[in-house]
Design a protein around this ligand. Structure first.
Ligand SMILES: O=C(CO)[C@H](O)[C@H](O)COP(=O)(O)O
Ligand SMILES: [Fe+2]
Length: 235
């Protein structure tokens, strides 16, 4: 299964972490329908030093936006305890951190059994070799380009090497996972990550902190589409 619609080079996933928590609907309306996915950051105060939403938030999003693609980024430990409830709440994609469980192989299988696409994420300090044995079970790899826990941090360019390594491996093995980048992204650097081969770009503060979030997404789309392909790794 590929999550990338035919003819699309990359998708934009605004992160609700930077939306106004008192008026999430109004924040989503300000995206003007320019978003491809809605990125939902779930934090447990244990795997990461911050707290956000539970499955009830995803259930409410699903009820209000039945056609939205809900990209749920689980920064929780152990993720095994939460996969079923977020799947049943209506997530489309559940991404778990490779660092958060010794049972990644079993867990990715469980996510698919629950009817969701399965994603695996890595912190900036974790090498891609860590997840090599499970890549055939993944629909998406989410590379953190900041240390997880907070929005508004600076993009760490050293993670671009991981995109190159993953794209090479994907081509050699004929695998189909997408590569998503998350953290410190916006109109000024989307071209860099799309040309490196990323197919999903998350952006929180750059979108919701802008005077016109819809226009910011249009600028990001234009910049990413105009970027040059990065050799054999370009999407
Ligand atoms: O997973 C995350 C943080 O752990 C967020 O998705 C990410 O930080 C997005 O925010 P910003 O674009 O402001 O960096
Ligand atoms: Fe995220």
């Amino acid at each position: 299964m590929s999550l990338l619609p035919e003819g699309r080079r990359f998708l934009l996933a605004p992160s609700l972490l930077s939306a106004n928590p008192l008026s999430v609907e109004a924040s989503i309306a300000r995206l003007g329908g320019e978003e491809d996915w809605l990125h939902v950051d779930v934090m447990d105060g244990h795997f990461v030093p911050n707290l956000t939403y539970g499955p009830g938030f995803v259930r409410a999003l699903r009820a209000r936006y039945p056609d939205a693609f809900l990209d749920v980024h689980l920064m929780v430990q152990p993720p095994e305890d939460f996969v079923d409830s977020f799947a049943e709440a209506g997530a489309d994609l559940l991404t778990v951190h490779g660092e958060a469980t010794p049972h990644l192989h079993r867990l990715l299988g469980r996510i698919r059994e629950k009817g969701c696409a399965a994603g695996v994420s890595l912190n900036p300090g974790t090498p891609v070799e860590w997840i090599a044995p499970v890549l055939h079970l993944a629909d998406l790899v989410l590379l953190m380009s900041v240390n997880p826990g907070f929005g508004g941090q600076k993009f760490l360019p050293e993670v671009l090497e991981k995109v190159t390594a993953l794209c090479r491996r994907r081509a050699v093995r004929g695998e189909s996972f997408l590569v998503e980048m998350d953290g410190g992204l916006g109109p000024d650097n989307v071209d860099l990550v799309v040309s490196a081969g990323c197919q999903v770009v998350v952006a929180g503060s750059a979108v919701f902190g802008a005077p016109d979030p819809a226009e910011t997404l249009r600028r990001m789309r234009h910049s990413g589409e105009a970027s040059t392909h990065g050799g054999s790794c370009g999407a």
